[in-house]
Structures are given as C-alpha cells and as structure tokens.
Design a protein around this ligand. Structure first.
Ligand SMILES: [Zn+2]
Length: 315
C-alpha cells in the first residue's frame, strides 16, 4: 500500500518494558515498531523519539510530514499541559513531568499530545470495534478501566476515573500497595494470578492455571474461579455505575482469548441470576475481548492527536 502522506500520525504506547509505536495514515495502521524502553524522563523521551524516527524511516516519510505524535503513558496525565505524574513504572515518580514538551523539542517542534494509557486503549479499541460507549478493562499488572462514554473519554476530576482496582472486594483481605485491604486488584489482575499460581513451566501464569483447571486440577480450578469471580465483580461495578454498552477485556491476561470471556460471562450470569433487575440488563453479552492483534493503546494515542479533549468515535 502506498503511503500518500495525507494525515500521518504516530501513536506511542509507553510501557515499563517496551515502547510500541504505530504510524497511522487516516484510520489505517501503516507501520508498527517495538523497542525496549529506556527508563526515566530522559530515557522515555529518547525511546519515544527513536520510535518516531524509526517509523518515519520505514515508511519513507519525513517526521515534519506528521500531523501529530501521541504518547500514552501509565500515570496521572494532564492532556492540557502534556505532563505526567507518578509514572512509577517508567521511573518518573515526580509530579508534572513535561514529557509532551520534551518530546516535541526533540522532534523539532512537532505537536505532541499526552494521554493516560488506558484512556488511549479505550479510544483505540472503540475506534477499532466501532463502539462509542464502553469501558476498556485492563487485566495486567493492576486492574483499571479506561472509559469512553457517549463518544468522549471520561478522565475524571483527578484523573482517577475507572480505577476500579481499588474498590473493596474482600473486607480484611489481602493488603494492597494503595494501603487498603482486600482491593479488587489483589484478586482480579495478572499480578494476582502470578501470586496465586506461580508459573511452574515458564509459560505465563494465566495460561498455565487455566490449562491446569481445564484438565481438572482442583487447586487450579480454585485459583481460576477466584480470579474470574473478581473480574466479574469489576465488570458489574462498571456496568452498574456507567451502564456502558460494552466492557472490553484487555491487558496481558486477555491473551487467554475467548475462554477468558466465556468464564467471566458465566460468572456474571451466576451473580445476577438471583435478581430480575440485574438479569434483565444483558450484562454477560456486553463482555468481550480486545480486538486481536490491534495495538489499541498506540492506535488510541495517535487518534488522541486529532483533538486532545473531545475525540468523537463514530460507531
Ligand atoms: Zn488498592
């Protein structure tokens, strides 16, 4: 496919271990590039600049042809100022690190927008699936959701919208890094599975425990069912709070594929069976998997450059 150079944008999903970049032409992903992340503000900005240069070179375009570059980062992001606070996974613990301005400077003044990684993932998944009203629930190191409500991102008063991982699940339960006991995140995340079922074969814990459970291992069944019950609870919180049309499961645990969705749907079904009110909401049918093979965070970061605040997803 020929790159015409019309409406070229780069989106970058900056994680603690890798930077995933995409070059978008209109709505189409033309190139992708993945590199290890150098940590700290200098390192992150350097990695980001390297990916932008690499994507442009691979596509045979000049960086000056880009209409914008979007960064998606884990942390409290202020899109209006292009700053990120407490991005501890990127070793940027300080408040208000001006990553947008620093990258723009490295790129000769190109416009750079900055977005929270889950918000970007919600935008990217919404655009890909044609949804304008959804929660993107990431089951990864932690548990949190990006919210796309009526076509707009809901970031929240303090940038904390969708942080369902720190809602109470088990009173007096496992201690969470946030200071509380029994947070959902301690039961419904990839990390929770890693702790409950340390990998015995070197393959990822989620795949291992779900496979062992399918083979009838009683201990694995218990771990799987506890995990699924907690994820189902997170889905219920999201649906009962926002009544979103769709809850899209993403994050590392989503690599489990359709079996994850089936188990969570079944658990939600069991939860709501006692209540005609809840059972009538069609909750299980709202649950689905993030689109396979689509780097939704990077795509969403690129889409966010079209308008930092009011991105409308037609769907
Ligand atoms: Zn917590």
């Amino acid at each position: 496919m020929t790159i015409t150079g019309a409406d070229l944008r780069v989106g970058l999903d900056l994680g603690g271990s890798k930077v995933l970049g995409v070059l978008l032409e209109g709505d189409t992903v033309r190139r992708t590039l993945r590199v290890p992340t150098d940590l700290g503000a200098e390192g992150v900005v350097g990695s980001a600049a390297g990916v932008v240069a690499g994507l442009c070179e691979a596509a045979g375009v000049e960086p000056t042809q880009l209409a914008g570059v979007g960064m998606a980062l884990p942390g409290i992001v202020d899109p209006a100022t292009g700053t990120v606070s407490h991005a501890v996974n990127l070793r940027m613990d300080l408040p208000d690190v001006p990553v947008g301005a620093l990258l723009s400077e490295r790129l000769g003044g190109l416009p750079v927008t900055v977005e929270n990684d889950l918000n970007a993932a919600a935008l990217g998944a919404g655009e890909t699936l044609g949804y304008s009203d959804m929660a993107y629930l990431a089951l990864g190191t932690g548990l949190a959701a990006g919210l796309l409500l009526d076509g707009r991102l809901r970031r929240g008063h303090a940038g904390a919208a969708g942080e369902v991982g720190h809602l109470p699940y088990r009173p007096g339960g496992l201690p969470c890094a946030c200071g509380q006991l029994g947070c959902l995140e301690m039961y419904a995340s990839g990390s929770a599975l890693d702790v409950a079922w340390p990998s015995r074969t070197g393959s990822p814990s989620p795949a291992e425990v779900f496979a062992a459970a399918a083979d009838g291992d009683a201990a694995a069944v218990a771990v799987r069912d506890t995990f699924v019950d907690a994820v189902a609870t997170a889905v219920r919180y999201l649906v009962m709070t926002f009544d979103v049309a769709h809850v899209v499961l993403g994050g590392g645990v989503a690599n489990l594929g359709p079996q994850l969705v089936q188990h969570v749907r079944d658990a939600v079904e069991r939860h709501v069976a006692v209540s005609p009110l809840l059972a009538g909401l069609g909750m299980p049918e709202r649950i689905e998997l993030t689109p396979a093979g689509v780097p939704v965070g990077a795509v969403g970061a690129a889409l966010a450059t079209r308008g930092a605040v009011d991105v409308e997803v037609v769907g």
